[in-house]
Every structure is written in C-alpha cells, then in structure tokens.
Design a protein around this ligand. Sequence first.
Ligand code: PPS
Length: 300
Amino acid sequence: MAQQALEKALNVFQFKHKGIYFISNVTSPEVIDAVEYMEIRDSDVFLVTYPKSGTVWTQQILSLIFNEGHRNGTENIDNMTRVPWIDYNIRNIDMDSRPSPRLFSSHLPYYLMPRDLKFKKGKIIYVCRNPKDVSVSFYHFIKLFCKLDCMIDWESFFNIYMEGRVIGGSWFDHVRGWYTHKEDFNILFLTYEEMKKDLRSAVLKICKFVDIKLDEKAIDIVLEKASFKNMKEDPLANYSFIPEDIIDHSRGSYLRKGTIGDWKNIMTVAQSEKLDQMYKEKMGDLPIKFCWNIKEEAES
Ligand code: PPS
C-alpha cells in the first residue's frame, strides 16, 4: 500500500525520457534533447555522476581548483553557478556565452551527453559511489522534495530504487554504461570512497587530468574548503540556496552524513543480499572496486 502511494506520487514528481527519469518542473524533454547538440570546447570539463554519488562535493573541488578567487575567498559565487547543471538548468544560464574553461555538471547516462564529447573533445570526470550508500542517501534526499507529497518509507523506496524507477534511472545501468563506454570519451573515473579515504590524492588526480598545477599551499586550501564540515556550513557550497519551492530545507540537509557504510544503519540483511545479488549479475564482470565500509579496502 505504502509502495503504491509512493509510486503514484513519483509518477507526478518525475517523468521518463529516453529511458531515464528526470524531475518534473525543473527540466523537460526539450532541455534534455538540446544537450545532445551543445557545442563543446576542448577546454570544457564535465562532472558526471549518478545522483547522490558526491556531485556537490566534486563541484566544490573543481571550482576551487579552477578559481583562485574561490580559494582566497574574494569571490562570492555558489557551486551551482560555478559548475552549472546541463540537465537541470534551473537558473537559465546561457552555456554558450560562458568564458572558457567551462565547468558543467550532469546526471545523464553516457548516451544522452553532448555528441561532440564522443569525439574526445572536452573532458569528463565520472564519480561513482557504492550503490548501498547511494540508496540510503537518495532515500533521505527524496524526502526533502516539497512536491513529493506522500509518506516515504525505506522499504518502498529501496524496492523502487532497485528497479531503477528513480531520478537518473538504475544505478547499475548508469555506472555500467559509463564504464563500458569509457574508451569513447576523454574520462577520469573516481569513486566517492577513494575521495573520502584520501582526498589529497583524488585532488591531485583531478589537477593532473585537467592540466592545472597548484602549489602545496593551494592544494591545502582546496582540501580544507572541500571538507564535509566546511562545506556543510558554507552557504555557497551546501545547496541551501536551492529554492524553497523545490527543497524544503527544514526537513533536512543536502549534506547529511558524508560517510561510507551508513547503509548498515538502515538496510536489512535481505535487502543487502538482494543488492549483492544484483551487483553480481550486472557488474560482476567489470573490474570496478567499491569500498562498502569505512574501515575496509575497496573490493568488487
Ligand atoms: S546530488 O543531489 O545528486 O547532487 O547529490 P550528491 O552531491 O551527488 O551526493 C550527496 C552526498 O554527498 C555527500 N557529500 C559529501 N561527503 C563527504 N564530504 C563532502 N565534502 C561532501 N559533500 C557532499 C552528501 O552528504 C550526500 O551523502 P549522504 O550520505 O546523504 O550524507
């Protein structure tokens, strides 16, 4: 019954286009279709993720790497303006008139991205996170949406997530799609977990990939300003600027726990096994390694 109510509410809250679910009212099939024809510059950098995989965190990191004015605090620009979404352009930013190097964010699957990227123009940073923590983060996040007017219980959400009937579609299809098509793009793969365990190394990898050299002092500033604690308190980084008619900020924070292994606090053994089984079926042949617990090394 609870699941039926959630499914009904989701049918109003999100729409399906070309195999993927998007949030209604904040984007449209026309916007998504136009992305494919976006003109790409060699210096463009796209941050791509499945939802709840560390997008806002990486937006902050990219913004700090690229903008000295962000590092030294002389500019007052929020993350979403610095690294705007191409699939959710809620501020109607004119992407074509932005100066190079342009930074963009997206939750799109590989096949809906701008066509030119497939000719290795521009760069893509793909960040993925273990699907158990993603599901839990997603569950808490979805409850913040004003327009999703129904009680959301974990079990119903988990079932719908496993079927891929959520924003961004199936985690398995998204990550598998990007991973198996990585040769078509100029791409750097990162995991949320490696960022969490050793942010300095991840930041250095990003700097190398985007060809920017920062001195030790600048790297230290990036690390400090991209820390969970700092971002949670920073109104330019914590997404508290999302309009109240989209997110009800009184229900919770965009930056919630920021850790690895929170799934253990809510997932039943049966749910965890169901996900393990699906992981084995859909991802088992890929050499990607995830870390499922803060104390563990990465494993497939
Ligand atoms: S969204 O809505 O898809 O853009 O969400 P996304 O930004 O991809 O993911 C949100 C989760 O990322 C966590 N987060 C961080 N973790 C560690 N350090 C930093 N600095 C950081 N910033 C954001 C955020 O807390 C969400 O995870 P959960 O597990 O819900 O806390």
